[in-house]
Design a protein around this ligand. Sequence first.
Ligand SMILES: NC(=O)c1ccc[n+]([C@@H]2O[C@H](COP(=O)([O-])OP(=O)(O)OC[C@H]3O[C@@H](n4cnc5c(N)ncnc54)[C@H](OP(=O)(O)O)[C@@H]3O)[C@@H](O)[C@H]2O)c1
Length: 349
Amino acid sequence: MEVPKEMKAWRAHAYGAEGNPADTIGKMTLDTIPVPEPKKGQVLVKVELAAVNPIDWKLFSGGLHGICPVSFPYVPGFDLSGTVAKLGEGVTDLAVGDEVVVDLGLCETCCTDTPCGPAGAFAEYALALAETVAKRDGLSSKDVVGLPLAGLTSYQAIFTGAARDFSGAELGKLEAGQKLLVLGGAAATGAIAIQLAKSAGAYVATTASPNKTPEGISKIDYMKQLGADEVINYKEADWAEALAGKDYDLIYDCVGTPEDWPKAAKVLKKGGNFVTIANFGEAKSTEDHSFKVFLIKSNSDDLKKLIALVKAGKLKVPVDSIVPFSDVQAVLSKSMGWASAGKLVIQVA
Ligand SMILES: NC(=O)c1ccc[n+]([C@@H]2O[C@H](COP(=O)([O-])OP(=O)(O)OC[C@H]3O[C@@H](n4cnc5c(N)ncnc54)[C@H](OP(=O)(O)O)[C@@H]3O)[C@@H](O)[C@H]2O)c1
């Protein structure tokens, strides 16, 4: 495949003034920069679609510098689908021309001394660690571009996979017949979690609002379409009151409201887990219930399992909208509004 020397890439230039991500978004520029060269264990991917995740703009606040220090200027974006354009030394299980999808990985690209990145999906070409890349197995870019980051996170929260909580403990181990409560079922992570849990034979309750999806149905009805057994309208009812005494095995928190963990004891059975991806506060486990927080571990083994579920028709990644490459700033601002119903996708090529 012919690879040009230069490419178009959106770049962020500094943490936002007073920690405000909107400041960084407003000052992003669409630049012409050299196409990066894949080093050992890396591949260069020609990007077709990229998907937005809240972490893209959360990084701009500077508040995560302790765990994921980015160096400016850099190309934001983690999720992408495209075609392998070049192989680095030692990569044997991928070939030029392979249609792939990948989460470039937060700790894999943003931490000190990481070999590629930080990040890089919002560009015509991006570097990825080969160990994080999966072939699309005939699926379209649109069907899977939003899968890697949200899908891996929910898979790992519910079934552990490659990830562990910050203390090294396993995350969820959901089994058929068990009960799962998803806080924030209309979030991309939540919608995927509901489908994964139903596929595994679990009973699923979730929280959602009557706000509308792009198709014009309420998010409460959308949750039922995804298979949720019980939907609590979080604008009108408190999930902890609605489900009190119901002995849930696992609560998966995709919202991060600090007041939720203290209420969990009303709903969880003894020994139950509260796994959060969005509450990074000071909460601690109790004698009866575990509080677990983690960061996604990008890897192709877990991703291949998810791709197989999409292929089998058991998992659909919700797409809110697809916008042109020129609209990266606008779509990041939309993500900051917390109101999308599924993935916000960028058409790069
Ligand atoms: N730790 C990790 O490794 C990791 C990985 C992935 C994501 N995350 C974090 O997980 C969170 C979710 O990410 P995402 O990509 O799934 O988000 P998202 O798709 O952008 O979430 C938007 C959705 O959240 C719903 N929502 C907002 N407030 C809610 C509330 N109080 N209760 C219930 N639903 C609510 C909104 O519906 P309404 O219209 O009803 O408000 C909207 O549908 C983010 O904080 C993200 O940074 C962490």
